[in-house]
Design a protein around this ligand. Structure first.
Ligand code: PMT
Length: 433
């Protein structure tokens, strides 16, 4: 049975060209058995008529906070209590800012303030508005409060620019919502990213602000390593560094002091991030060991070569025999070296798996004594994860067989969700000590 069957969804539509897609979204939610009521902001009505949603949902559309006729039918407090979840799609930059600051000067913002059900948002805006530090900080704050962000996606935008900020497709938003509804049903074993934490716990783990990692030092590895064969050749892999760099940026925006140890990649990091460029696994180990002493959290995203040449050739190998054999030796396991330290940080590993994701990831977590592991399903047709802009994670931790699913989204959004989990588990870990 669909996770949306018999669920009441309040769909908030705000001003943006993607508002037309919300009509399709409403239809998709109804197809899954949900009852949908729509609240539109004034901005949304410039793009699409309330009548469209009324016809699609069979319910009157709510537009005004102080409309005596609407209040007589279903007052705004009653409307805030009605749904099982609120979904805002598209969520404009303005709406995200208004939610962050707790404004209550229109119907949608008032409902979000007056409800205790999960609030989910599907951002949609120009790429520079999305990348703006103010928007990113607002998103961090909302995520820290348990608001779940679906997307945004990447691609060509209505303004003609290309980048992050497109609203996800209606079917993708529907799938995210269904995953969120399922997770809240599966709690507590599967911790929902949007689960309503007690206010006191939230205040500790996230300070109730966008700077939920304020005062923490986060050490991250990213990208591939290169193991030299001779002066012109090397062994490596397809890691682009995007996932690790997205985590570093999200950690910076969450107020952390960030050190990023990067293999050879073609990416820029914010100047506020301390970046150490390395080439081989041994270089990466050395850099990590130099920095880890002051780290509160170590996140090992790098795809480290497991082997290196037993002997690197001084001169370029000449083509002669039909076959050649290279003798390889094991590289150090950087992640395990960190978790074996007597004074260790909170240690998060990544697992790139092609099958039996949970079994292999949990096996790795146990063997490497990790506090948490983020598994990505690599090599899938359409999304190899290595090198791509999007990812999805299954995150596991030892306590109570912990598990959370981070649905597919661009790596920036996935990074924010993962950091949110790390922050919660770190707090629980520290409380337990
Ligand atoms: O860089 P992108 O293109 O964005 O791609 C992201 C990614 C796929 C590389 C990333 O999401 C990811 O999965 N990184 C881990 C890849 C990997 O090497 O997985 P693994 O299962 O082989 O290693 C398990 C863990 O041990 C990882 O945390 C790895 O960093 C660590 N490790 C592995 C070997 C080694 N010698 N030292 C290590 O520290």
């Amino acid at each position: 049975m669909s996770a949306l069957n018999n669920k009441k969804i309040l769909l908030g539509v705000t001003g943006g060209i993607a508002a037309y897609k919300s009509a399709i979204l409403a239809r998709r939610l109804i197809d899954e058995g949900a009852t949908v009521r729509v609240v539109m902001t004034q901005g949304a009505q410039a793009f699409i008529q309330p009548l469209t949603f009324q016809a699609l949902t069979g319910n009157p559309v709510h537009t005004d906070l102080l409309d005596p006729a609407a209040e007589a039918a279903m007052g705004h407090i009653e409307l805030a209590r009605w749904p099982d979840a609120i979904l805002i799609a598209p969520a404009s930059a303005n709406t995200l800012a208004r939610l962050t600051h707790g404004l209550a000067d229109d119907l949608l913002s008032t409902l979000c303030l007056a409800t205790d059900v999960p609030v989910h948002v599907a951002p949609a805006m120009n790429r520079l508005m999305w990348l703006n530090a103010a928007t990113q900080a607002n998103c961090q704050t909302l995520a820290a409060r348990g608001v779940r962000l679906f997307g945004p996606g990447n691609g060509l935008q209505a303004c003609g620019e290309t980048g992050s900020g497109r609203m996800l497709e209606p079917e993708e938003i529907r799938d995210h919502l269904m995953a969120a509804m399922q997770e809240s049903v599966a709690a507590p074993q599967s911790e929902s990213l949007s689960s309503s934490m007690p206010a006191s716990e939230m205040a500790n783990s996230a300070n109730g602000s966008g700077e939920f990692l304020g005062g923490k030092h986060i050490l991250i590895t990213a990208g591939p390593t290169r193991e030299a064969i001779d002066p012109v050749r090397y062994i490596s892999n397809h890691s682009s560094g995007k996932m690790g760099f997205a985590l570093a940026e999200a950690a910076r925006l969450a107020g952390a002091r960030v050190t990023l140890v990067a293999g050879p990649v073609n990416l820029q990091a914010d100047p506020a991030i301390k970046r150490i460029d390395v080439v081989s696994a041994n270089d990466m180990l050395e850099a990590v060991m130099n920095e880890v002493g002051s780290a509160d959290v170590f996140i090992s995203v790098a795809a480290v070569s497991d082997y290196r040449l037993e002997q690197v050739m001084d001169q370029k190998i000449k083509k002669s025999a039909e076959q050649m054999t290279l003798s390889l030796v094991r590289n150090p396991d950087i992640l395990h070296s960190v978790s074996a330290l007597p004074k260790r940080p909170f240690v998060v590993g990544f697992a790139a798996e092609t099958e039996q994701v949970e079994a292999h990831a949990r096996g790795k977590m146990a063997r490497k004594s990790l506090d948490m592991i983020a598994a990505n399903h690599v090599g899938q047709p359409g999304n190899p994860v290595f090198g791509s802009d999007t990812n999805a994670l299954d995150v596991f931790w030892p306590a109570d067989d912990g598990h959370a699913h981070v649905p597919a989204a661009d790596k920036q959004a996935v990074a924010r969700s993962l950091l949110n989990l790390v922050s919660r588990r770190l707090q629980a870990h520290q409380n337990a000590q």
